[in-house]
Design a protein around this ligand. Structure first.
Ligand code: BES
Ligand code: MN
Ligand code: MN
Length: 486
């Protein structure tokens, strides 16, 4: 209540904001020259996106490092072509960052920092793709290719919105700083240092990111919570070498079994995580927010269709949306031990490994979660084996204030783009750099997603719905215009 009053007072003092609210209440989105341009160049825009999608910029594979660089160069060239004042490929100890500016709106106009990523997850035919993941095709109103929705297609929306405005009006209503990284899918290893070292250069009024999903093709939504991440490995060491399971079986605690026992002990039967202190910093949802989240709940049917399963699992006292959006988890991402070739081998393995990751919610400290898991695993490891928990990487959760003036502009932009106001939604995925933008640049962040959770991101046959691509461009044009109103 208190913060709401404060917000109202804030609005009263800011004419620009009042103006935005007025538009929210009165006008429908109008087709501008820029919108017409975007409409006339629909097919061309998608052909250009196909070019970018053809570059296999897989950040996790060293053999694709050249392709990653090629994608960065392609984007830089495209940015200069559409009228950016500057664009450069900035090298890092890992994959390059693409950064460009258009600051022609002048100092009195707001500046928007747009962030996206051009790196993609691996994709091979053997994973179940029905066509080459790096040879985009359009089928049933969708563009199929790795990176089509995550995140080349969604980032490209911004480039095409900017092009449409520059081509028709010769100017933009806002200043633009565009930052596209090549390491998001490997947890933004070098971007944090770049942001810290370039705080002045990245100064802006708002950060906009299109790398999330909306609720449905006909129901826009704005994500205001993303989860963080603590990624670990549990190593269990048993005998000094693999042993004959007949000679030693029954006398040696099998490391694969010991690991399974440890993993089992990490959850309670009710689906909650057993690690002491794990939930200490989790904020509880108030009734108002739970009611709001109900609007975005995951229908059991949709969940069943997306997973191929009949029965959900997890903390029964929370809805499916709350479980992915507002509750932390501990997942086994993979396990390796012993013999897994064809046929049979009677072996007692020397070691076992599990990849474990925790998705975290706002206010949880990823480093502390690592320490808690590490200490608990040490405590429950029996004396018959030796265990070790290694930290691979962490990422902070993000929580976005829904009551900022820029959020009002985003709400209005979606309303104009879709003819329907957006609802607020929490998401389970992670974009680790969001917290850095908030903390180090002091920026309000808008997660202006245009994907769908059914797009198959990270899986086979990833796709981006063509209608979402074009509505996204329209919406971003509206957003720039709303932000630039004075
Ligand atoms: N675009 C996703 C993040 C996302 C996924 C947001 C689903 C909302 C819903 C992003 O590219 C991604 O996959 N992030 C990784 C981060 C990790 C590698 C640190 C993730 O969430 O696993
Ligand atoms: Mn992404
Ligand atoms: Mn991703």
């Amino acid at each position: 209540m208190d913060s709401y009053c404060h917000y109202r007072r804030f609005l009263a003092l800011h004419p620009v904001i009042m103006d935005i609210i007025m538009i929210t209440n009165t006008s429908e989105g109008q087709m501008s020259k820029a919108h017409e341009y975007a409409q006339q160049h629909r097919d061309e825009f998608r052909q250009q996106l196909h070019q970018l999608l053809r570059i296999p910029s897989v950040s996790t594979s060293p053999q694709h490092a050249g392709d990653v660089r090629r994608a960065a160069e392609w984007l830089k060239t495209e940015m200069l072509r559409i009228g950016f004042e500057s664009a450069e490929v900035i090298h890092t100890p890992g994959h390059p960052i693409v950064y460009g500016e258009w600051l022609g709106a002048g100092e009195t106009a707001p500046t928007i920092l747009i962030y996206g990523h051009y790196d993609v997850q691996p994709a091979e035919m053997i994973d179940g793709w029905t066509h080459d993941p790096f040879d985009p095709i359009e089928r049933d109103g969708k563009i199929y290719a790795r990176g089509s929705t995550d995140d080349k297609g969604q980032t490209f929306v911004h480039l095409k919105a900017i092009e449409s405005l520059l081509q028709t009006e010769g100017t933009l209503p806002v200043n633009i700083k565009l930052l596209i990284e090549g390491e998001e899918e490997v947890s933004s290893l070098n971007l944090g240092a770049f942001v810290s070292a370039n705080q002045d250069r990245l100064k802006a009024d708002v950060c906009v990111i299109s790398d999330t999903a909306i609720l449905a093709v006909d129901q826009p939504s704005i994500v205001y919570a993303l989860r963080g991440l603590t990624y670990m490995e549990i190593h269990v060491h048993g005998p000094q070498t693999d042993l004959h399971s007949g000679v030693f079986g029954g006398t040696v605690h099998n490391p694969a079994q010991a690991l399974a026992e440890i993993i089992t002990a990490l959850h309670q039967p009710d689906g909650s995580v057993s690690v002491p202190g794990f939930y200490d910093d989790v904020l509880t949802l108030d009734e108002e927010e739970r009611a709001e989240l109900k609007k975005t709940d995951w229908a059991l049917d949709d969940w069943a269709k997306a997973t191929g399963l009949d029965h959900p699992w997890g903390e029964a006292q929370y809805t499916l949306r709350e479980r992915v959006g507002a509750r932390p988890t501990l997942e086994v991402n993979g396990m390796v031990s012993g013999f897994y070739g064809e046929g049979a081998k009677t072996v007692l393995p020397a070691k076992a490994l599990a990849k474990i990751s925790c998705r975290l919610v706002a206010n949880q400290d990823p480093q502390r979660i690592y320490e808690l898991v590490r200490d608990y695993v040490a405590q429950i490891t029996p004396p018959t084996v030796r265990s070790e928990v290694r930290l691979l990487h962490t990422g902070d959760a993000a929580f976005v204030d829904r009551h900022t003036p820029v959020m009002q502009a985003a709400i209005q932009a979606y309303t104009q783009g879709w003819g329907k106001p957006p609802v607020f939604m929490r998401e389970g995925g992670s974009i680790p750099i969001v917290a850095n933008f908030q903390r180090e640049l002091g920026l309000p962040v808008i997660l202006m997603g245009f994907g769908l959770n059914t797009d198959g991101a990270h899986g086979p046959d990833e796709h981006f719905t063509i209608e979402m691509f074009h509505k996204g461009i329209d919406t971003v044009i509206h957003f720039f215009k709303l932000m630039g109103r004075k």
